[in-house]
Design a protein around this ligand. Structure first.
Ligand SMILES: NC(=O)c1ccc[n+]([C@@H]2O[C@H](COP(=O)([O-])OP(=O)(O)OC[C@H]3O[C@@H](n4cnc5c(N)ncnc54)[C@H](O)[C@@H]3O)[C@@H](O)[C@H]2O)c1
Length: 454
């Protein structure tokens, strides 16, 4: 029997063709339809949750819609956002904000430990959702959100904030590998070199400033004492003050890893791996996610490729270069695809083809003509606002099925790191099949009173 969690009727190539057509104009849904924007001028009624910091990057898109509610746990940050959206009603608690009357959709830029909760609550209320990355910080969270989304995907548009996906290089990479530039795909390596080592949660220091609701900042997370150090980053990069702690994030996997693994995910058409193993020079730290980690996933074959191995390297771990001429360390965040006829090496905006083998002549590879290449995706945020309105809600590049599968895979690496042994994974059941004790690492503790099913 087909498992609903793993269904993927979303044909990405088809989507890419169709989205170019959608980009030429809106298909306005009949009034009262779930797809249309509910305001008279075909603008979405949006709640912005987590209203400052990363949210600033979305203000341009939001100004084209109706921001009717803004929510933040910091009064100072709320005041900043209220200047941008003076007509919006102000909330401190996202659980109340999601019940704002007349909402169509939510755009969320809170810290990561709220993402799966807010996503699920919003989907439960039939709201379209744009969620900053990562969509989840455990395997279990990813599965909960995906399951809710799959039940509603024909009426709700979702997008996770992996906006580099709109770079044309993503499509060119996919085309090269699918069209055989490196022969049969065998092996994929993907890495990020950011390192933010921390010894443990910050010690108690002072009291939260007037105007910061620290209890709501913690939200579903287990209690940790206040320390101003969690709030000292520049706007849009404050996530680097908290995202390495297990209760607030997943370190580099959720940080740059969300973008870099997307380079690979967009090519390989994978769902979930059937095994995972890790290597790290670090011992498990109950407070902080590992800096230096290598996690290796085996994915079953699909309709265009054999089974493949994908290896993620972070914090200084790196794959071996295929040539002494190529220094992969010069690429901070990159991917390398290995086929039986050579390699493609890429970062977010560029790529190089390195044919290898003594009889390799490239006669087997015909680059596409201009007419055959995938059209540009356009503005990534507006791909979502368009999908909220045009009756084609699944036509976003990084919807909650695509993105939850990707982050579930990454989180399996962290579970294997904690278990300390190679693990076989049954993606249908969401359980390790060779080690029952390791299943405890698929989830994490939460504070009493916080539920996914609100
Ligand atoms: N897509 C990208 O390239 C990109 C870049 C930077 C950050 N991000 C993501 O954006 C998110 C926010 O990052 P940031 O650096 O702006 O973080 P931040 O710590 O500055 O928080 C962002 C905003 O959320 C508010 N907030 C915190 N807890 C809240 C809650 N419970 N309810 C409502 N508001 C709350 C904060 O007061 C702040 O205004 C993270 O998930 C991060 O991964 C994505």
């Amino acid at each position: 029997m087909k498992n609903s969690l793993l269904e993927s009727p979303f044909d990405r190539r088809n989507f890419l063709k169709k989205s170019a057509i959608a980009g030429t104009g809106f298909m306005i849904a009949p009034s009262g339809s779930l797809f249309g924007a509910t305001s008279a001028n075909n603008r979405l009624n949006i709640a912005l949750i987590g209203a400052y910091g990363r949210a600033k990057a979305h203000y341009g898109t939001l100004h084209k819609e109706n921001v009717v509610a803004i929510c933040d746990v910091s009064r100072e940050n709320l005041a900043f956002a209220a200047k941008e959206f003076p007509k919006a009603k102000i909330y401190e608690d996202w659980r109340k904000c999601l019940d704002h009357p007349g909402l169509d959709s939510v755009l969320c830029c809170t810290p990561d430990h709220h993402h799966a909760f807010i996503s699920n609550w919003a989907l439960n209320r039939d709201l379209h959702v744009y969620m900053e990355k990562p969509i989840a910080i455990t395997v279990n969270e990813a599965r909960i959100v995906r399951e809710t989304y799959l039940k509603k995907k024909h009426k709700l548009a979702t997008q996770v904030g992996m906006q580099r996906h709109a770079f044309n290089n993503f499509s060119r990479l996919r085309e090269m590998i699918h069209d055989g530039a490196i022969g049969e795909l065998k092996d994929v390596h993907v890495w990020g070199n950011r390192q933010i080592p921390k010894p443990g949660y910050l010690p108690a220091a002072g009291t939260p400033p007037d105007g910061l609701n620290y209890d709501l900042w913690l939200g579903p997370s287990p209690d940790h004492p206040y320390n101003p150090g969690y709030f000292t980053g520049r706007p849009g990069a404050n996530c680097l003050q908290w995202n390495m702690y297990w209760d607030f994030g997943i370190g580099q996997m959720g940080d740059m890893g969300s973008h870099t693994m997307d380079l690979v995910w967009n090519v390989i058409d994978a769902k979930l791996p059937d095994s995972v193993k890790v290597a790290s020079p670090e011992a498990f730290n109950p407070d902080v996610t590992p800096v230096n980690l290598t996690s290796t996933y085996m994915f079953p074959k699909n309709d265009w490729r054999e089974k493949i191995r994908v290896t993620w390297y972070q914090g200084g771990a790196m794959p071996k270069s295929p040539s002494k001429w190529l220094d992969l360390n010069k690429i901070g965040h990159g991917a390398m695809f290995k086929g039986d006829k050579g390699f493609v090496i890429a970062d977010f905006s560029s790529r190089m083809l390195y044919p290898s083998g003594k009889d390799i002549d490239l006669t087997y590879f015909k680059p596409r003509t201009k007419d055959e290449i995938t059209p540009p995706l356009g503005n990534f945020q507006e791909q979502w606002t368009r999908a909220c309105k045009n009756g084609q809600p699944t036509e976003t590049a990084c919807n909650f099925e695509y993105s939850a599968n990707m982050i579930e895979t990454m989180c399996l690496g962290l579970a294997a790191f904690r278990a300390g042994v190679p693990l076989d994974y049954d993606g249908g059941r969401g359980q390790f099949s060779n080690n029952a004790a390791a299943n405890q690492y698929l989830t994490k503790p939460y504070r009493k009173g916080w539920t996914f099913d609100g």
